[in-house]
Design a protein around this ligand. Structure first.
Ligand code: 5IU
Length: 471
């Protein structure tokens, strides 16, 4: 018997390949299930698998190997040891790979990394590994898999300019199992019918993979019940009702200008972001009028105060002074630099407020390195009743938090003081952020109503684009 046929028969006899009814990772039911994890229990089978992979690897050129976790890790390890080629590993548990170094091992940017995978269906697992590798500057040209289920994986990888090489294809398996008498002709016909009628495609756009952010495809409706803070849930209700994930930043210096912006753009926005301390004529009456406009046009007020002091001082800043922020703001934000005391103070004295933590900033030279962003995520998890999201450049965590990105502009790329702009589509569809914060792009426009309407549509379309096929 040909060695590949012998391998298939052995995989079947050792129950690596099973026929029945199984639910796959993608949610669909399959009449055939292949569990290559089982191979680690049979050293001689494992050796045979690796030697087949090795035959393909020999014809490729690469500097470094990376196995897709978990099943392909032993395959990659054996190939690495056998060939004396170093290996890297992707940490699967670091889901927020916009923020934390996700690749273990020693490597240099521009080295060519060969991905090793056990089985490919749509290619989504390979793409999850590709994102962090590319983000670290590694070049990926080829993927070697033991088994290609022939369900769209090859085409999906080709979209990313990656070639798929497989030891076995599903067709080889079915034919061999029929010829060896392991399956009847009818069983094999049924399996062929299933494969013909169920192509699976991965809907993540290529740019989403390259950005290194985790792009959630859950809708706002699906995420609403996941949000613990009630202001966060109220915000999503407004977002859904107005079909607006646009926030206007009203950085103006008089109360008259602030109130007229609130009135002009109010119908288009989900949140108005304020800086009370730049308004030269602030009084309690300004906040009363703002709250009135917020009720009228159905938006929330976010005072961008960026609390950063020890808890005791923050409590006074939130409730006292001439601004009495806690009386009128629905959302406030805080730096994490002073530790959890800041957040504790906000969560105690701002019962009616939702809190956002600053995890990243849009300005050039920002010190929010990945480890810092990670700390913001950890702190948020400790205060999930109060904290419902982050100021970040894209999606940096789980779908039970919301991600707000400032530095958004349709035309400009930056200003003379370090602001860096990104367009709404990139921020929301590619980097996976939820809400775009737009200041000068709207408030310096000669027709603010029209500009707000243009930005609202651009941001909402980008959100719909992100949902892709799963909408
Ligand atoms: N803002 C940023 N970047 C940040 C944070 C806040 O631009 O990282 I944190 C604020 C500053 C301003 C608004 O109020 O968002 C952006 O205004 P422009 O769109 O006019 O640049």
């Amino acid at each position: 018997m040909h060695s590949l046929e012998a391998l298939i028969v052995e995989l079947y006899d050792k129950q690596v390949i099973q026929v029945g009814s199984f639910k796959l990772k993608s949610g669909i039911t399959s009449p055939i299930y292949i569990d290559l994890r089982v191979t680690i229990s049979y050293p001689s089978l494992l050796r045979r698998v690796v030697s087949c992979l090795q035959d393909i690897c020999r014809s490729l050129s690469y500097d470094i190997l990376c196995g897709v976790p978990y099943t392909a890790l032993p395959f990659a390890t054996l190939l690495s040891v056998e060939n004396g080629i170093p290996m890297v590993m992707r940490r699967k548990e670091v889901k927020d790979y916009g923020t934390k170094k996700a690749i273990e091992g020693v490597f240099q940017p521009n080295q060519v990394c060969l991905i090793i995978e056990d089985l490919i269906t749509s290619g989504s697992s390979v793409l999850e590994t590709l994102g962090p590798l590319v983000k670290e500057g590694l070049l990926v040209k080829d993927v070697v898999v033991l088994l290609d289920r022939e369900q769209g994986g090859e085409d999906n990888l080709a979209k990313h300019n990656i070639r798929l090489h497989s030891v076995l294809k599903m067709t080889d398996i079915l034919e061999t199992l029929k010829h060896s008498g392991r399956l009847s002709a009818e069983q094999v016909d049924e399996l062929y019918h299933y494969f013909r009628s169920t192509p699976i495609s991965s809907s993540l756009p290529p740019s989403a993979i390259k950005s290194g952010y985790k792009v959630h495809q859950l809708s706002f409706e699906q995420r609403l019940p996941l949000i613990r803070n009630k202001v966060g849930r109220r915000l999503l209700e407004i977002v859904l009702k107005k079909q607006s994930n646009l926030i206007v930043a009203a950085d103006v210096t008089t109360s008259q200008e602030l109130l007229s912006i609130a009135d002009e753009v109010g119908p288009q926005i989900c949140v108005l972001k304020t800086h009370a301390d730049i308004i030269q004529d602030w009084t309690d009456s300004v906040s009363e009028q703002l709250v009135h406009l917020a009720k009228l046009h159905h938006f929330l007020i976010f005072e961008d105060r960026k609390f950063a002091d020890i808890g005791n001082t923050v409590e006074l800043q939130l409730t006292g002074g001439i601004f009495h922020i806690a009386h009128w703001a629905d959302i406030v934000n805080a730096h994490i630099i002073a530790g959890p005391g800041t957040i504790e103070a906000l969560s105690r004295s701002a019962e009616h407020c939702g809190v956002l933590l600053l995890a990243q900033m849009s300005s050039k030279g920002s010190l929010t390195v990945p480890e810092y962003t990670q700390k913001a995520l950890e702190m948020a998890k400790q205060y999930e009743d109060a904290v419902f999201g982050f100021i970040s450049l894209g999606c940096i965590g789980e779908p039970n938090f919301l991600y707000f990105t400032p530095g958004v502009h349709l035309q400009e790329r930056g200003d003379s003081l370090g602001q860096q702009y990104t367009d709404p589509e990139t921020v929301i569809a590619v980097q996976g952020s939820d809400m775009a914060i737009v200041g000068r792009g709207i408030i310096q426009s000669s027709d603010r109503r029209k500009a707000a309407s243009t930005y609202r549509k651009a941001c909402w379309d980008a959100y719909l684009q992100r949902l892709g096929d799963d909408k």
